[in-house]
Write a protein that binds this ligand. Structure first.
Ligand SMILES: Nc1ncnc2c1ncn2[C@@H]1O[C@H](COP(=O)(O)OP(=O)(O)OP(=O)(O)O)[C@@H](O)[C@H]1O
Length: 630
C-alpha cells in the first residue's frame, strides 16, 4: 500500500527543472567480452544483441554470474579491453569518447565521498554538474526535487558514512540525476533497499526514462510488482540473451517454450530460475527463440501500462537545446568546489588530524632527546649531521605513508566521478595539491618547533627559515611521490613500493660524503643528483653550518675537536661549492616533477593511453610466460 502511495506521489511529482538533453537509443550486435587470466581466456558475453531505447526503463535480469554487470560495464564503456562487436547510438557506430559524455554509470558499490552531508554532497555536485549558467535558486529547486523524489530529505544533514545502505544507494542515484544525462546505467540499484524504497527508486527511474532518457539497470530478483514497472526486460543467461521484450511478454514467451509459469509465481523469479537451469537445460532453446537478442517479437507485446499517467512527457519538448557536452562548470569553479570539499573533509577528519599531531609530537620528542643540545658542540658535529639526516628521513616517511594508505581508495572514488564527468583531472589535481599543503606545512612546523631549539641549532632567523623551508619542501615532495606511487597501485602494492623506492634515494643522498672533494665516478655523481634527499641534506647542512658561521664550541672535557671549524666540516662532506639557493631551486624542480608524474600516472589510471595499454598487455604477456615456466 505504502509502495503504491509512494509511486502515485511520484507520478504527480515532476522533474521539470532538469536541464534538457537529446534522446539516445543504444544498440549492440554480436557483443562478446573475453577476459584473459594468465593462459586461460574466459568468454563472459557470447555474441549477444539488443537495443535499449530512449524513453524506456530496461531491466537486465539473470542468474548470478550470468554476465549482467559485465554487459553494463561494456555498454557504459567502463570495460573496453576484451570487448568486440558493434555498439551503436541512434543507429550510428558509437563514438566512445562522445558516449562517455552522454552517459552516467551508477556502480554497484556506493562510492560516496566521506565526511560530507547529503546536503553538501548534492549542492557541490549541482555546482559541478550544472555549471554557473544555472542560477543558485534554480539549482536549489533541482536539488530539492531530486531529494524529495528519492526520499532523502530525512537524511539531509546526515554525513555520507552514516547513511543506511538504501540511503547511500539513493544518494548515488540522486547525484547522477542532477544533470539529467541521456543514458543512465545502474548496476543493481535496488540491492539493500526495502520494498518501499525499491519501488520508489524504480518508479523514479521510470519517470526519468519517461522524460526521454535511456535507463538501463541490472537487477537480481525484483518482486512481481517491481518487475511489471519495467518497459523492457533483457534476460542474460550464461553470457547470452535468453529473452528480450516487455515484462508482460515473459510468461507467454515461456509458455511457447512449454515452460508454463505457475499462476502464483513471480514471473521474474521464474525466468531467472529457468535461465539458471533449475528446471533443466532450456537456456539454449530460450537463446534460440530470441535469436540471442536479435528477435524483436516480444518488444511490443501487450504493454502493461498501469503507468499511463506517465506518458512520455518529453521534457525536451520545444526542441533539444544544442549541447556541447563539455564540462558544465568551468575549470575554476571545479577547482573551487573540489578545494572546498577537500578542505572540509580534512578538517572533519578529526581522529586522523589528532593522530598526525600526536605522531609529529612523538617523533619530535624522540629525535630531540636523541640529539639533545648537540648543535653547538664541536665534538658532536657528525651527530648533528645525523640529526639533519634524521630530519630528512622523517620528512620523507611521515607525509608519504598516509598517502600510500589512503590515496588508492580515493582513486576509486574519483574514478566514479571522473568517469561520470563531474570534473576534469587538472582542477582535481590542483585542488588536491593545494588542500594538502597547509596541513603538511603545519605538521612539519610542529615537529621542527620541537627539534630545532632542543637540539640547540643556531637561533638566527635566516638559518631557521632556511632549515624550515628545506624540510617543508622535502615533505611536500615525499607527499607528491606518495601520490604518484599510489595513483596507479593498490594499497598493498603502494605500501610496499613507497619504502622500497625511498631506500635508493636515501642511500644516494649520503653516497660519497666524508671523502672530501675527491671526484666521484660520473655515473654515481649523476645518480646522486637524482635524489631529492641529497638536495635536502645539503640544504640543511648549509643552513646550519654555511658561512658566515663562526667556530663551534669545543667542550672543556674534550681534548681535540676536529670539526670545530664548520667550513672544514662542509669541505669534508664534499659540499664546499654548494649553494643553498641551487638546492632550493632543485627541490622546487623536483616538487614540480613529482607532481607532474603524479598527475600523469593518475590520468593513465583513469583513462589509459595506447602506450599504457600496451605496457599492460606486455606485463600480462610476461606474467603468462613466467607462469608457463613453472
Ligand atoms: N576479470 C575477470 N576474470 C575472470 N572472471 C570474471 C572477470 N570478470 C567477471 N568474471 C566472471 O564473469 C561472470 C559474469 O560476471 P558478472 O559480474 O557480469 O555477473 P553478474 O551477472 O553481474 O553476477 P551477480 O548478479 O552475481 O553480480 C562471473 O562468472 C564472473 O566470475
Amino acid at each position: 500500500m505504502e509502495a503504491a502511495g509512494a509511486s502515485t506521489a511520484l507520478g504527480r511529482a515532476h522533474l521539470s527543472h532538469l536541464p534538457q538533453r537529446p534522446p539516445v537509443n543504444l544498440g549492440f550486435q554480436d557483443l562478446t567480452y573475453t577476459v584473459t587470466n594468465g593462459k586461460v581466456a574466459k568468454i563472459i558475453l557470447r555474441g549477444i544483441n539488443g537495443e535499449f531505447r530512449s524513453g524506456q526503463l530496461t531491466a537486465i535480469l539473470g542468474p548470478s554470474g550470468a554476465g549482467k554487470s559485465t554487459l553494463l560495464n561494456v555498454l557504459a564503456g567502463y570495460k573496453v579491453n576484451g570487448a568486440s562487436g558493434i555498439i551503436s547510438t541512434n543507429g550510428e557506430q558509437r563514438n566512445l569518447r562522445q558516449f562517455r559524455k552522454l552517459s552516467r554509470y551508477i556502480m554497484q558499490e556506493d562510492l560516496l565521498q566521506p565526511l560530507i552531508t547529503v546536503r553538501e554532497a548534492m549542492i557541490m555536485a549541482a555546482d559541478l554538474k550544472l555549471g554557473s549558467a544555472i542560477p543558485k535558486q534554480r539549482k536549489a529547486v533541482i536539488v530539492e526535487e531530486i531529494v524529495q523524489l528519492l526520499r532523502l530529505d530525512k537524511a539531509w544533514d546526515t554525513s555520507s558514512e552514516r547513511l543506511s545502505g538504501g540511503e547511500r544507494k539513493r544518494l548515488s542515484i540522486a547525484l547522477e540525476l542532477l544533470n539529467n544525462p541521456p543514458v543512465i546505467f545502474l548496476d543493481e540499484p535496488t540491492t539493500g533497499l526495502d520494498d518501499v524504497a525499491s519501488s520508489t527508486c524504480v518508479s523514479l527511474l521510470k519517470r526519468v526514462a519517461r522524460g526521454g532518457r535511456t535507463v538501463v539497470c541490472s537487477l537480481h530478483t525484483p518482486s512481481a510488482r517491481l518487475f511489471s514497472v519495467f518497459d523492457h526486460v533483457y534476460v542474460v543467461a550464461d553470457g547470452r540473451c535468453a529473452y528480450q521484450g516487455t515484462a508482460s511478454g515473459v510468461v507467454p514467451f515461456l509458455n511457447e517454450l512449454q515452460l508454463p509459469c505457475p499462476k502464483t509465481y513471480n514471473p521474474a523469479d521464474f525466468v531467472i530460475e529457468v535461465s539458471s537451469g533449475e528446471y533443466g537445460s532450456h537456456v539454449d532453446r530460450m537463446v534460440a527463440a530470441v535469436d540471442n537478442g536479435k528477435c524483436q517479437r516480444w518488444r511490443d507485446y501487450e504493454v502493461d501500462d498501469r503507468y499511463e499517467e506517465m506518458e512520455i512527457e518529453q521534457l525536451n519538448t520545444g526542441g533539444v537545446q544544442k549541447h556541447t557536452y563539455r564540462y558544465e562548470s568551468t575549470a575554476s569553479t571545479q577547482f573551487v568546489v573540489l578545494l572546498k570539499r577537500m578542505l572540509l573533509q580534512t578538517v572533519r577528519n578529526r581522529d586522523y588530524l589528532w593522530l598526525r599531531v600526536g605522531l609529529h609530537l612523538f617523533l619530535g620528542v624522540i629525535i630531540a632527546m636523541l640529539f639533545y643540545r648537540i648543535g653547538f658542540d664541536a665534538s658532536k658535529t657528525i651527530f648533528n649531521f645525523g640529526f639533519c639526516y634524521a630530519c630528512i628521513i622523517a620528512m620523507l616517511y611521515v607525509p608519504m605513508m598516509p598517502i600510500l594508505l589512503a590515496f588508492p581508495k580515493e582513486v576509486q572514488l574519483i574514478r566514479r566521478e571522473y568517469f561520470n564527468r563531474w570534473y576534469g583531472l587538472k582542477p582535481y589535481y590542483a585542488a588536491l595539491v593545494i588542500s594538502r599543503t597547509p596541513a603538511t606545512i603545519f605538521f612539519s612546523l610542529i615537529y621542527l618547533s620541537i627539534v630545532y631549539p632542543l637540539t640547540s641549532q643556531p637561533m638566527e632567523m635566516s638559518r631557521i627559515l632556511m632549515f624550515i623551508s628545506v624540510c617543508i619542501l622535502v615533505a611536500l615532495i615525499s607527499e607528491s611521490m606518495g601520490t604518484a606511487i599510489s595513483s596507479s597501485l593498490s594499497v598493498v602494492n603502494s605500501v610496499f613500493m613507497g619504502p622500497v623506492l625511498s631506500v635508493p634515494l636515501m642511500l644516494l643522498a649520503v653516497y660519497g660524503m666524508g671523502s672530501g672533494d675527491q671526484p666521484l665516478p660520473i655515473l654515481w655523481k649523476l645518480a646522486r643528483y637524482c635524489s631529492f634527499m641529497r638536495y635536502g641534506l645539503e640544504g640543511l647542512v648549509v643552513a646550519i653550518y654555511g658561512p658566515p658561521r663562526g667556530d663551534l664550541i669545543c667542550p672543556d672535557h674534550v681534548d681535540y675537536c676536529e670539526y670545530k671549524n664548520p667550513n672544514y666540516f662542509i669541505k669534508l662532506m664534499g659540499m664546499s661549492g654548494v649553494s643553498f639557493w641551487v638546492d632550493i631551486g632543485m627541490l622546487f624542480l623536483m616538487l614540480v616533477a613529482t607532481h607532474a608524474a603524479g598527475y600523469y600516472l593518475l590520468r593513465q589510471r583513469l583513462s589509459p593511453n595506447y602506450a599504457f595499454r600496451a605496457i599492460k598487455v606486455i606485463g600480462r604477456f610476461v606474467k603468462t610466460k613466467i607462469s608457463l615456466s613453472h
